[in-house]
Design a protein around this ligand. Structure first.
Ligand code: C2E
Ligand code: CA
Ligand code: CA
Length: 573
């Protein structure tokens, strides 16, 4: 009896221990974030635990119920999950699989474990199931960021380069070609500066969605940066030919883009084209080549398509070399000034001299300012170079004035970028004071290009200079878009008629009519006119006859060193 009581107590104690364990076990299962499925092979019995009902609306009681899980997941994941669900079939301990549920679109991670007995027979299966939706979304976003550009939804540069590499490999294998287009919106800076970057971004987006329409198996489109897009075409024929696509782009840009704020923006684009294998052998080089020719197209007047060719590349490589040397020369100030005299047409007396920069990159070898000034404007070295020119020409001029005491004008060429500098006016005035030079004998030559970007700010600055007494001269008149109407609005004193007019003024009647009317207009506005590049006596006589005030050109004097000008001034005494 005693023995029986003892047995009973033991059983009770064991039961209590068991229910404590079971409780603990339920609590744990309820607090974990996932769900579990336990299956006993011996009993063919299954139990679901944890957050099972957050994922599934059915129970699993035995082996054959397991198919319900496969029915609940999206089609494309059924097979891999089925594979993973029965590791015991391949005598394996475990397996894993990710899949998405059909209705809730929740992502689940399944981890399946098998326990074997000592004979190698499976006894238990434990499946743990975790909700990985959040992680998958983050992952997708990362993948998106890795492949696409956030603004346009087009491929980003990195991914594009990879895909282009694949196109090139395929083209090599199949002996085919790949065309690469760089498409750049013309004057985009004006949109960004004038209308703000929000509008700029919207334009980039709109044009990007238009380009996206070209995407297909053999055409990939990407947004490189800012207003630059790239398109790679595998085997460019028929509807995929560069000509066809360019025509479509041109057709689209004939119409304006309508922005959400109601504005309508018309754009033009410059396109550079390079072809594999002709232009380059790898993706980055091909992009480079297309970019180089695109810039060439821009320099030739924008809104055009420019195909790669070797001379363009050589030109480019040469300009890169010059640019490098130019930086060095700027640092060492290894420039000189030449001065070209200008004479009054009436009495052939000296009116002034124009300072023209000279650069010898090696002894006896000159690089023309027509070549390096545009490069200096591009890479910013025009700022120190320009400051040097201003100081050096005024220093030299002050010396002449002191030595010879004659009145004449010193003309200095100023680039747009120099005007944009906030302290341009102050710096100039400081130099005039330093060398005690009368501002009314200093003339700044500007070109129309500086007016295009920001007419109001520039004309305001010109006004300050003019109020200070400095002369303003409009250079190369007739080569830009020469709007006569804004001549009236500008505080200028002098207009320089470009050499291209003078060259044909005697042979071409249209040029003659234009030149005469320019000179008449200049007179009526009270400006002075200077003809540039006068090489022949006949040109001189004609210009004098039609009332041109001043003549500059090889006929009367080439650009020359300061020592040669010394002689000229001595002769005038
Ligand atoms: P630009 O201001 O139009 O200067 C006139 C150019 O025409 C000079 O070329 C001059 O040598 C050339 N020239 C003058 N008369 C004749 C002629 O009768 N026949 C021919 N064939 N040419 C003539 P250069 O010195 O090569 O200068 C070229 C351009 O470089 C200048 O054109 C100007 O835009 C720029 N430049 C020169 N010096 C400077 C400078 O110090 N600063 C800036 N920003 N630009 C400069
Ligand atoms: Ca000039
Ligand atoms: Ca000129």
């Amino acid at each position: 009896m005693k023995e029986l009581r003892y047995q009973l107590d033991l059983l009770k104690a064991m039961n209590q221990k068991l229910s404590t364990k079971e409780r603990m076990y339920h609590i744990i299962c309820d607090t974990v974030s996932g769900a579990f499925l336990y299956y006993s092979f011996d009993k063919n019995e299954a139990t679901t635990l944890g957050k099972w009902h957050e994922f599934f609306d059915f129970e699993i009681r035995e082996a054959r119920d397991i198919t319900k899980i496969f029915d609940a997941v999206e089609e494309e994941y059924v097979l891999p999950l089925r594979e993973a669900f029965f590791p015991e079939k391949k005598s394996r301990d475990s397996a894993m699989s990710d899949c998405r549920l059909k209705d809730s679109r929740i992502w689940l991670h399944f981890s399946i474990q098998i326990i074997y007995n000592e004979n190698g027979r499976p006894t238990d299966k434990i499946v743990s199931i975790d909700n990985i939706t959040k992680y998958k979304a983050q992952n997708e976003e990362l993948m998106y960021m890795a492949y696409y550009d956030g603004l346009t939804g087009l491929y980003n540069r990195n991914y594009f380069v990879r895909l282009l590499g694949e196109f090139l490999r395929r083209a090599e294998e199949e002996d085919n070609i790949v065309s690469l287009l760089i498409i750049d919106i013309d004057d985009f800076r004006k949109v960004n500066d004038g209308l703000g970057i929000v509008v700029g971004d919207e334009l980039v987006q709109l044009f990007g969605s238009f380009l996206k329409e070209f995407s297909e198996e053999n055409i990939i489109v990407c947004h490189m940066n800012s207003d630059v897009y790239c398109m790679a075409i595998y085997n460019p024929v028929g509807n995929r030919s560069v000509e066809h696509i360019h025509k479509k782009i041109q057709q689209r840009t004939k119409d304006a883009f309508r922005l959400s704020g109601g504005q309508e923006l018309k754009i033009t684009v410059s396109v550079g084209v390079a072809e594999y294998p002709e232009a380059a052998q790898n993706a980055l080089e091909l992009i480079n080549c297309a970019e180089i020719v695109m810039f060439k197209g821009k320099a030739l007047g924008k809104n055009r398509i420019q195909y790669f060719n070797t001379p363009i590349l050589e030109d480019f490589l040469q300009s890169v070399e010059i640019e490098t040397k130019l930086k060095e020369a700027t640092f060492n100030k290894s420039f000189e000034l030449n001065f070209q005299p200008q004479f009054y047409a009436g009495n052939r007396k000296l009116r002034g001299v124009e300072a023209l920069i000279r650069w010898q990159d090696k002894p006896g070898h000159f690089i023309s300012p027509a070549v390096f000034i545009p490069l200096a404007e591009k890479n910013g070295t025009i700022i120190p170079i320009g400051s040097w020119v201003v100081e050096e020409s005024i220093r030299q001029y002050a010396k002449w004035r002191e030595q010879y005491g004659v009145d004449f004008v010193i003309s200095i060429n100023i680039s747009a970028m120099q005007y944009r500098k906030d302290d341009f006016v102050d710096e100039l005035i400081k130099i005039l004071n330093k060398y005690q030079v009368d501002p009314s004998l200093v003339e700044l030559e500007i070109t129309e290009s500086i007016l295009i970007d920001d007419f109001n700010t520039v004309s305001e600055k010109l006004r300050i200079l003019k109020d200070y007494g400095i002369k303003i001269s409009l250079d190369d008149f007739g080569t830009g878009f020469s709007s006569l109407s804004y001549l009236k609005k500008l505080p200028i004193d002098t207009l320089k008629i470009d050499k291209s007019f003078i060259d044909t003024v005697l042979s071409d009647s249209t040029t003659r009519i234009i030149t005469e009317s320019i000179i008449n207009m200049v007179k009526s506005l009270g400006f002075e006119s200077i003809a540039e590049g006068v090489e022949e006596e006949q040109q001189y006589r004609y210009l004098h006859a039609i009332g041109c005030d001043t003549i500059q050109g090889y006929l009367l004097g080439r650009p020359q060193s300061s020592e040669q000008i010394d002689k000229l001034l001595q002769n005038m005494l």
